[in-house]
Ligand binder design. Structure first.
Ligand code: FES
Length: 134
């Protein structure tokens, strides 16, 4: 029976090639994940279809009155629970009871930071707003 023998030099070349390929693969995967995390979600809303006051729309909270529209992230700034409730003129976090005013300011902790105001753009023709949720 014939045995397969390779020299040490060839083995080390093969090993370094494999290491380089592995490093490139994991670098590429890491880069892909970073790009995925940085891409903002986009929510499109038609402010004319909303009533005045607070509207909860999945990951955003819209505060609309006749003159202005303010848009906040629905993520509580304490530990990130989704805020879905309005009670007695306050936005209430269901997890630990933080309360926020309709302008996003902390009224009662444990949260200490205001709700994140989200950037948006307005389509001049349709009036639709594109909100960038990050
Ligand atoms: Fe909202 Fe804790 S996550 S109060």
């Amino acid at each position: 029976m014939k045995s397969l023998r390779i020299s040490r030099r060839i083995f080390l070349k093969w090993l370094s090639g494999l290491s380089g390929f592995s490093a490139a693969f994991f670098w590429f995967k890491g880069t892909q994940r970073t790009l995925e995390l940085k891409a903002p979600d986009i929510v499109t809303i038609n402010p004319h279809a909303l009533n005045d006051g607070i509207s909860f729309m999945d990951s955003i909270i819209v505060n609309k009155n006749q003159k202005t529209v303010k848009i906040f992230s629905a993520r509580c700034t304490h530990l990130g629970c989704k805020i879905t409730t309005e009670q007695n003129g306050k936005l209430i976090c269901p997890c630990h009871g933080s309360q926020f005013t309709f302008s996003g300011q902390v009224e009662k902790g444990p949260a200490v930071k205001p709700l994140k105001t989200l950037p948006y753009s307005v389509d001049k023709n349709s009036g639709e707003m594109t909100v960038y949720v990050s």
